[in-house]
Design a protein around this ligand. Structure first.
Ligand SMILES: Cc1cc2nc3c(=O)[nH]c(=O)nc-3n(C[C@H](O)[C@H](O)[C@H](O)COP(=O)(O)OP(=O)(O)OC[C@H]3O[C@@H](n4cnc5c(N)ncnc54)[C@H](O)[C@@H]3O)c2cc1C
Length: 373
């Protein structure tokens, strides 16, 4: 067990595993076909305390810390249930509201997010800009006590099922980063296509359109023009919550492949008897140990409030890179069966690929690190 894991983290991890294994994994195929989870699963997760675990109890959350979010995310990967978008909702979006919202805003949205009554999304990326966030074109123009929002967003996780969306928009279009604000939009959003992806088929990823959407100015999070700063402040946690499934996925891939290599025979012996198989798995198993040690150190640092943007960028790029390397090497050892979607290693392989792209691409992570050298 990782050093940062206390008994309460362990208990939550067990509860979460049972939920993902019983309520989610058996539905994965169907959710993949319909391209989203059933709405009801959000209520079930909320009832069990698996949403907003690290939000204060005063606002309906579990009153826990990042370790609780990590324990849930880790359990989700182990149970092979990738579709549920609870991590972005709980570990990322709820924290924007908790950190920058007023007491009234927190009371309005957080308890319902914790119960699953509200599903949330965060909309930064636009068709024309992803990495270069200060170049967003969506505008929020003040008219009396309302903002009028115009623009379009794409690749939005939970976008199809979402009830509220934290939108990054320019309240001062003449400015770059200094013009960005975060506004919570509750209605009036037009949904475009629920996008068909290479992997993570059951997790909805949607286009959103804003056509003169009127939002009360009281839905602004924090101060006007501070949105970019808020996004930067929350990035270490956002990137770390991506690194958590990376390591769980490496460990799961190695575990599944060792099992398979013992059972599968070729040339009259188990494929584990071939030196190449043992060497491949020896290397992957070593990578799993190194990855786990690195991640646990980062989690402990973050829980102590000491993980900075550079440290989180290192964790995000390196661990997601290793995730893809291990997924590919393990899949190879499954032979043709590894390419069949009924084998979990195939899903691990396809689901891993996006990890190097979202949450800031791995190239952007290296830019962040490189700038400080
Ligand atoms: C499944 C999925 C879920 C997502 N969920 C969300 C979400 O919930 N909310 C949200 O707002 N966004 C979301 N995204 C968007 C995601 O964060 C962006 O796709 C990502 O940040 C990259 O932006 P882009 O696609 O515009 O690529 P671009 O910025 O166009 O990048 C293209 C290529 O150029 C490289 N590049 C760009 N700038 C530099 C540079 N300065 N130096 C070196 N290389 C560079 C990139 O690394 C990349 O390889 C999601 C995306 C996917 C696919």
């Amino acid at each position: 067990m990782p050093g940062w894991m206390r008994d309460d983290h362990k208990a939550l991890a067990e509860l979460a595993y049972e939920f993902f294994a019983k309520e989610c994994e058996p539905n994965e195929k169907r959710w993949g076909r319909q391209q989203h989870v059933d709405r009801d699963i959000w209520h079930k997760a909320g009832e069990l305390g698996l949403l907003c675990a690290s939000i204060p109890e005063q606002y309906g959350g579990g009153g826990g810390d990042f370790g609780h979010e990590a324990a849930i995310m880790d359990a989700q990967v182990r149970a092979l249930a990738p579709s549920f978008g609870g991590a972005v909702h709980s570990a990322i979006i709820a924290h924007y509201i908790n950190a920058y919202g007023t007491h009234e805003q927190k009371l309005k949205w957080l308890p319902k997010m914790a119960s699953g009554e509200l599903v949330s999304a965060i909309a930064m990326t636009e068709p024309g800009t992803g990495s270069d966030l200060q170049g967003i074109k969506t505008t929020a123009v003040k008219e009396g006590d309302e903002y009028v929002i115009n623009g379009s967003k794409t690749f939005i996780t939970n976008g199809f099922l979402s009830d509220i969306v934290v939108v990054a928009a320019k309240t001062d279009p003449a400015q770059g980063a200094a013009g960005v604000s975060l506004i919570v939009v509750e209605q009036g959003i037009k949904r475009g296509r629920n996008l068909e992806k290479v992997g993570q088929h059951g997790q909805d990823t949607c286009e959103l359109f804003f056509d003169n959407v009127r939002v009360p100015t009281s839905n602004l999070l924090g101060e006007e023009g501070q949105g970019f700063r808020y996004l930067m402040e929350q990035l270490p946690q956002e990137r770390l919550i991506i690194a958590v499934p990376a390591v769980a996925s490496i460990e799961k891939a190695v575990e599944l492949t060792i099992g398979y290599a013992k059972e599968r025979h070729a040339f009259g012996k188990p494929i584990l008897a071939f030196q190449n198989t043992r060497f491949e798995l020896a290397e992957c198993s070593t990578l799993a140990t190194v990855a786990r040690t690195f991640l646990d150190g980062c989690i402990a640092k973050h829980m102590a409030g000491e993980l900075d943007v550079v440290g989180a960028a290192k964790a995000k790029w390196w661990l997601t890179e290793q995730q893809n390397i291990v997924a590919d090497r393990c899949m190879q050892l499954f032979g043709g069966y590894g390419y069949m979607v009924e084998y979990p290693i195939a899903r691990i392989w396809t689901d891993s690929r996006i990890q190097k792209i979202y949450g800031g691409t791995n190239e952007i992570m290296k830019e962040i690190i490189g700038r400080t050298l």
